[in-house]
Write a protein that binds this ligand. Structure first.
Ligand SMILES: Cc1cc2nc3c(=O)[nH]c(=O)nc-3n(C[C@H](O)[C@H](O)[C@H](O)COP(=O)(O)OP(=O)(O)OC[C@H]3O[C@@H](n4cnc5c(N)ncnc54)[C@H](O)[C@@H]3O)c2cc1C
Length: 414
């Protein structure tokens, strides 16, 4: 693979851009692979990448029923942070955030990581106490956050109205190295690196069944025929329950739509990410100038990957007291993705009852930020049978009552 560089751009500019390689090869499925990953979202691709990079396993196929990154990875609002309360969560999210810091250099692909700072507003006294507790927990976990006063909130984000009549801003949990990245680029960067290692990224390849013998996985049925494998990783977010059913086990997962919308592009007015969990909304400004706005998940289970009118009104109404300027913005477009929610709002990275079959899901409304760390942990689990980052997130915790309750950190916000 030819590396991307300033020199390469200059060279190609001079010869009419005729010398670029395909970013990832268009492969035909082989009869069998050592490992098959189902789902070419960020988590599936990152798993494959770290299987190759960290463990030297390269006879790998990533099967995707649609197009690469066309699931939640290409539909999210790209917030990256690691200010979670519980130790296992802080460990995996901070590992992930720190990998994001150098991901562009590592993949030789600009994922546009922008550590512009993330603040979670405290708009009730209960939230003040909750976020102060998280700031203390983060200090012990080595995650750099602080609880800041309203005046500092206003200084960092001048368009916020901190004196709202219903929900004045009483402070915020501030993570200065949180931020955003370009979601498609994360999927594309990992896919390119996987392809460069000789792995097959097979788009339009839908898994329709899982085959096993004597309790051990042997391969998958697809719309392109049977493909054998030694190990199988299921990484399909909102469709995890469907795939688990094919593999013969059940998951404690609910699938619901989560929606977001963007405004018309405007001049730069906000260079931090703000989440307002009491009123149920969050906002940042994209590099194109659009205000990126999200709210809560739909209140009923569904597989509908699209937006709905009432959501625009509910989310914008929630944010308008805190951001009065959005009352004058035109909304440009909205969309939805199917997110996979667990009861304790923490992910599942686990072995399954089927031998050789592993599952990575349950990232719900907040898994974009976790892509590198999750892939790292899942790859280690698939190779070694255990991973320090993943062990607390096993399926067994639901049987044994070892919940990792992140409903405050993850229930609304991303
Ligand atoms: C509107 C919205 C906003 C969000 N905002 C944020 C945010 O700001 N920050 C954050 O951290 N997270 C956010 N998230 C959550 C985040 O997007 C997800 O947690 C994350 O992208 C999940 O990645 P994934 O790789 O697990 O799943 P996906 O990207 O959904 O990939 C799974 C893939 O599996 C494929 N698949 C399914 N079934 C099959 C099959 N049978 N055969 C083959 N392939 C199959 C799908 O087509 C899909 O491409 C948001 C999500 C949404 C919807």
């Amino acid at each position: 693979m030819k590396r991307y560089s300033a020199f390469a751009i200059a060279r190609e500019a001079l010869r009419g851009h005729t010398g670029w390689d395909r970013a990832w090869a268009r492969a035909e499925p082989k009869a069998a692979y050592d490992v098959i990953i189902v789902g070419a979202g960020g988590h599936g691709l990152a798993t494959a990448y770290y299987l190759g990079r960290n463990h030297g396993i390269r006879n790998v196929a990533i099967l995707e029923k649609g197009w690469l990154g066309g699931g939640n990875t290409g539909r999210n609002t790209t917030i990256i942070r690691s200010n979670y309360l519980q130790d296992p969560s802080a460990a995996i999210y901070e590992k992930s955030r720190s990998l994001y810091e150098t991901l562009s250099q590592e993949l030789n692909y600009n994922v546009m990581f922008s550590p512009r700072g993330v603040m979670m507003l405290a708009q009730t006294h209960h939230e003040v106490r909750g976020y102060q507790r998280t700031a203390h927990a983060n200090a012990l976990q080595g995650v750099a956050t602080e609880f800041i006063a309203p005046a500092k909130v206003k200084e960092l984000c001048p368009i916020i109205n901190i004196d709202g009549p219903r929900y004045p801003v009483l402070g915020a949990l501030w993570q200065p190295r949180g931020g955003t990245a370009r979601h498609d680029a994360v999927a594309w960067g990992y896919a390119r690196a996987c392809s460069d290692m000789g792995m097959h990224v097979l788009q339009k390849t839908e898994v329709t069944g899982v085959r096993s013998e004597n309790g051990q996985v042997t391969g998958v049925e697809t719309n392109r025929g049977f493909i054998g494998c030694g190990k199988l990783g299921i990484v399909v977010a909102g469709h995890s329950g469907v795939l688990a059913d094919m593999a013969g086990f059940r998951l404690p997962i609910e699938s619901v739509a989560l929606q977001a919308l963007v405004s018309e592009p405007i001049k730069p007015c906000m260079d931090v990410v703000v989440m307002a969990n009491t009123v149920h909304g969050y906002m940042s400004q994209s590099d194109k100038g659009e205000m990126v706005i999200g709210g809560g998940a739909d209140g009923y289970n569904n597989y509908t990957q699209r937006g709905s009118f009432h959501h625009i009104e509910e989310t914008v109404r929630a944010l308008i007291e805190t951001f009065p300027m959005i009352s004058r913005l035109k909304m440009l477009r909205q969309w939805g993705g199917i997110v996979d929610m667990t009861g304790d709002r923490s992910p599942i990275i686990s072995k399954t009852p089927l031998g050789g079959c592993f599952i990575n899901c349950g990232w719900g409304t907040g898994g974009f930020k976790a892509i590198p760390g999750s892939g790292w942990a899942m790859a280690e689990l698939m190779v070694k049978g255990a991973s320090p980052l993943a062990d607390d997130f096993s399926l067994g915790r639901f049987r044994e009552g070892r919940f990792i309750d992140e409903s405050v950190a993850a229930g609304v916000a991303h």
